[in-house]
Design a protein around this ligand. Sequence first.
Ligand SMILES: [Fe+2]
Length: 298
Amino acid sequence: MTHQGSNREYIEEVRQWFLEIDKLFKNQLNENNSPRLLEKINEFSILLESLDDNMDLELLSRLKSNMESLYNEGLLMMSEQSIDRQTDYRRVKIGEHTLPPLPYNYDALEPYISEEIMKLHHDKHHKSYVEGLNKAEKMMQKARETGDFELIKHWEREAAFHGSGHYLHTIFWNVMSPEGGGMPSRYLLTQINKDFGSFDRFKKHFSEAANKVEGVGWAILVWAPRSGRLEILQAERHQFMTQWDTIPLLVLDVWEHAYYLQYKNRREEYVNNWWNIVNWKEVEHRFQQASKLNWKEY
Ligand SMILES: [Fe+2]
């Protein structure tokens, strides 16, 4: 291979790199988030125009490796930015949940719900869920720091009870409005018709489910991504070791049928071994999808 031949190949490779960089970073990086990277990219584009076959091979190879590292740096920055964007927006620090304000006045839902109820419900009940959740989160954080998980069952229960209370009430206030009532618009209505037969049937089913919740709890219309359908659920109380309005990412079955034949009552051994087979790629995929939901944080 002649000297010029190798030069040409290098130049071609460098140009390819630059095209990749340009394609990848266009629209992603801007003056505000990555001024230094942008400047570098501009420098390269000017340099590229002045490249010719007679250029020193060593210089070209240095240029190419610079461009490779620029590419990697850009990739890293983009992934960091996207994580920052997601977590910045919605991250509530441990133990720092806040009571969301009512989106209307206390008396706005009268005569259907009285001002007195709204005040008590929001200011006292919801607030105590927020406080209970904060406390449980802090205690679980403490357990992680000290390694003392003696009371973990208690705090998990508290987190479930108060967490569901906080999240569900946050939804509840917002799914009501003084200008509410009537029917949903076509986008949701089409799905309701598909999954429940008609709006009236949906309404009847939902009301019956609400009327027949044993003791205290909720009627909840959910979207089940797995079945691609709407469904109506009852949540008796709401704290059965879950937090409604969260999305499962990693689950471990500890029903006896999952391990007893092999491990008998040695559940700890099963749990311990299980970590060897966790498919993080799938967990990451679920996280990626789930973290696209962009709801205001409280
Ligand atoms: Fe309530």
